[in-house]
Design a protein around this ligand. Structure first.
Ligand code: ZN
Length: 317
């Protein structure tokens, strides 16, 4: 028996749909650094897992491309990264990957970019230039407002390469936004009720976090974590620390420079650890908010510290 043309067309359409569904593998998604992985992973919940290029302990400021990186980059369908002023090792190889969709988050529509010149006003590096940090501060992921913008841009890309999961991506984006609203609400209260102890950070990475929640960093040791701060800069910091009387210094997990101990010797200074690369945060539900919250907790806990008894009632000032 012969099929009618209509039946035959229908059969062909059904076959097409079935094969499309069977072949609809989720895209392979790769991010350059862990904080971007945290965001992307929340957006792909229920669809796929997101991989990350930089291993814990490597600094995006100074990383150089390894053969294993090249393989990972080549097999990805989508790559989310910050921008040439952060991952200077990426543009060259990305330019050669014609089948890969790579999106630099510093170029996302609506992203807030802090000018580095503001920082030059109150700090002068002995090197006299800003190394690979260029014109804008590339630590854009340390602001929830920017995380919202990045998430939106990521979902736009995900939908374009994987329209079959559009609904899921969009639902995840909404949930992500709600988690950030909650985080902002909590963190603003923490900052408002925190103490006023001055705090110093290891490298100039926290400007976006400051702006987001109204923190005030008293000083930083270096612009680029892979360069030693200059002697003049360290002398300035020492003076600031001595004036502060009681202060917090936050170093980073990969860096434990001896000069921090040297400068804080004999002073009422608590040394803590801040990790702008989220090494200890497991990707998964709510992980980006957990990352931001944990940084705010670390800072505000230290600021809260009461003055030691020995300083109360002394007439040092
Ligand atoms: Zn940095």
């Amino acid at each position: 028996m012969q099929f009618s043309p209509i039946k035959r067309t229908l059969q062909a359409v059904l076959l097409l749909v079935a094969s499309a569904a069977a072949g609809a593998e989720p895209p392979e998604i790769l991010t350059s650094i862990k904080p971007l992985q945290l965001i992307a992973q929340e957006l792909t919940e229920g669809v796929t897992e997101v991989d990350v290029l930089l291993k814990p302990g490597s600094s995006p400021h100074s990383h150089s491309l390894k053969p294993s990186d090249a393989r990972k980059l080549k097999s990805a369908d989508v790559i989310f990264w910050v921008g040439p002023s952060m991952e200077a090792f990426l543009p060259k190889i990305l330019g050669g990957l014609k089948d890969t969709k790579s999106v630099a988050m510093m170029e996302a529509h609506g992203i807030n970019l802090r000018s580095m010149e503001e920082d030059d006003n109150h700090i002068h590096d002995d090197h006299g230039h800003a190394h690979d940090h260029d014109e804008y501060d590339p630590h854009i992921w340390l602001s929830t407002d920017n995380a919202r913008v990045m998430a939106k841009a990521m979902v736009k890309t995900l939908v374009s390469v994987d329209p079959a999961n559009k609904k899921q991506y969009e639902k995840n984006l909404e949930v992500f936004g709600q988690r950030l609203n909650q985080a902002d609400e909590d963190n603003l209260v923490k900052v408002k009720t925190a103490g006023t102890r001055p705090f110093f950070v290891f490298h100039n990475a926290y400007g976006y976090l400051e702006e987001q929640y109204g923190f005030q960093v008293a000083g930083f040791f270096t612009t680029n974590p892979d360069y030693q701060p200059g002697a003049n800069h360290l002398v300035q910091l020492q003076e600031k620390l001595q004036k502060a009387g009681s202060a917090c210094i936050f170093r980073e997990p990969q860096f434990q420079p001896a000069y921090i101990d040297r400068l804080s010797e004999g002073l009422d200074i608590e040394v803590g650890v801040l990790d702008p690369l989220a090494e200890d945060i497991e990707p998964g539900s709510d992980s980006y908010a957990r990352f931001i919250n944990s940084m705010v907790d670390t800072i505000t806990d230290c600021l809260q510290e009461p003055l030691p008894e020995s300083l109360l009632g002394s007439s040092a000032g």
